[in-house]
Design a protein around this ligand. Structure first.
Ligand SMILES: NC(=O)c1ccc[n+]([C@@H]2O[C@H](COP(=O)([O-])OP(=O)(O)OC[C@H]3O[C@@H](n4cnc5c(N)ncnc54)[C@H](OP(=O)(O)O)[C@@H]3O)[C@@H](O)[C@H]2O)c1
Length: 364
């Protein structure tokens, strides 16, 4: 019988919003050591990871086979989250495929792919629902599970499908950043009566760890996670209950949404190193219009009973998430949630996404 037991995990995307809680969960009790790939070993986030212990950093890019081989050498597990907002959809797919292939070659025992829903397929191939950063991952997630049918004795593989981080709804520089309008926290997004299956980053750490801890069951699995389907009227109501301050959701037509704070970004490529002269490259506007259409029509659903079984103490509602976030923020000296959303405080907090911290600059 093949052993899928791992002790040293090669992580791509470890300094990112998703990678940080995943690595914290892996090294918390020192059961696992991780080797993190980063283009900048001297960054604030890379240093914070090193301080956890059981973490080493290897400098380089995933868009280089030599680096991927060096990163995988001596590891027996891999957690691969290829950043499509750097590469764009087409290049992301290539390096995700190569990561899987090279991992097998390198003798990795268990491979976890950081995935997003293949939303275009789930929506019946209607291009109104095309978001390159979803389909670029989702196609490869399916491809990995297909390859795994033949390869599963040699290398186990699981697909870990997340979704928009709940944290994005209270962070600066995201598609759902709120504003304060006449003293009311306001989300103006093109969601209609739909709902977003937001995920809690902290729970992503738990789930990723679970996949490595239970490789026999996880082998061949597509673990699709979320807190719940979050309608934004519910988000605003929960915010009011938790903070005692007014909040609202204003359904916004796509046209108006793209005339708002994201106007400057609308015609940029969704992946900052993708080439707009390449006809396959989606602009921000095209990409995130498809993204909102996915949630508006609730194309994506989750099996919440399965998630309750795997993670009985998972965060199960947006209100629970907001309460916890409010409490954590106070404990960390960041102030209450209400205080954190005030413009002067928003601009002072380090961005949630590394991409925003680096101002969408960085090499492929
Ligand atoms: N935002 C969301 O709600 C969300 C939800 C689920 C999934 N995702 C997906 O997650 C991916 C981004 O990860 P994130 O959300 O954690 O964003 P993030 O905070 O911006 O982090 C990006 C990560 O990718 C790494 N990276 C970028 N280019 C690299 C390269 N060429 N070589 C090696 N590492 C590279 C960065 O490492 P260094 O800068 O240290 O090199 C960093 O760790 C995207 O594909 C996105 O679609 C996003």
């Amino acid at each position: 019988m093949t052993s899928y037991t791992t002790s040293k995990i090669f992580v791509v995307g470890g300094t990112g919003a998703q990678g940080l809680p995943v690595i914290r969960a892996l090294v918390a009790d020192k059961k696992y050591a991780v080797r993190v790939l980063s283009r900048d070993a001297a960054s604030r986030r890379a240093k914070a990871l090193l301080a956890l212990g059981n973490v080493e950093i290897i400098e380089g890019t995933f868009a280089d086979e030599t680096t991927l081989r060096a990163g995988l050498r001596g590891c027996d597990g891999a957690y691969i989250n290829i950043d499509g907002f750097n590469t764009g959809e087409k290049t992301e797919m290539y390096w995700a495929i190569r990561s899987y292939e090279i991992a097998i070659e390198a003798g990795i025992k268990f491979f976890v792919y950081g995935n997003l829903d293949y939303a275009l397929k789930k929506a019946g191939y209607d291009s109104k629902f095309r978001a390159g950063h979803y389909d670029g991952k989702g196609r490869i997630g399916e491809w990995i599970l297909f390859q795994n049918e033949a390869n599963k004795e040699r290398m186990g593989a699981a697909v870990f499908t997340t979704g928009p981080y709940m944290e994005m709804a209270i962070a600066a520089m995201t598609p759902m950043t709120p504003s304060i309008e006449d003293g009311v926290v306001t989300w103006r997004v093109p969601l209609g009566k739909g709902a977003v299956p937001h995920v809690a980053l902290e729970d992503c750490g738990y789930y990723a760890r679970w996949l490595f801890d239970h490789p026999e069951r996880a082998n061949g699995m597509n673990l699709e996670v979320a807190i719940e389907q979050v309608g934004y009227h519910d988000l605003a109501a929960a915010f009011e209950r938790v903070t005692g301050h007014p909040a609202q959701y204003i359904d916004t037509e796509l046209e108006a949404y793209w005339s708002g704070p994201l106007k400057m970004a609308a015609n940029l490529p969704a992946g900052y190193n993708a080439d707009l002269n390449d006809k396959s490259t989606m602009t921000f506007r095209d990409n995130f219009s498809g993204f909102w259409n996915i949630w508006k029509q609730e194309v994506v659903r989750r099996d919440y009973a399965l998630l309750d079984e795997i993670h009985p103490h998972r965060i199960k509602s947006v209100e629970q998430w907001l309460r916890r976030e409010d409490q954590l923020g106070r404990e960390l000296g960041k102030g209450s949630l209400w205080e954190r959303l005030q413009p002067e405080n928003m601009s002072r907090q380090p961005p949630l996404l590394k991409l925003a911290e680096d101002q969408r600059r960085g090499r492929l």
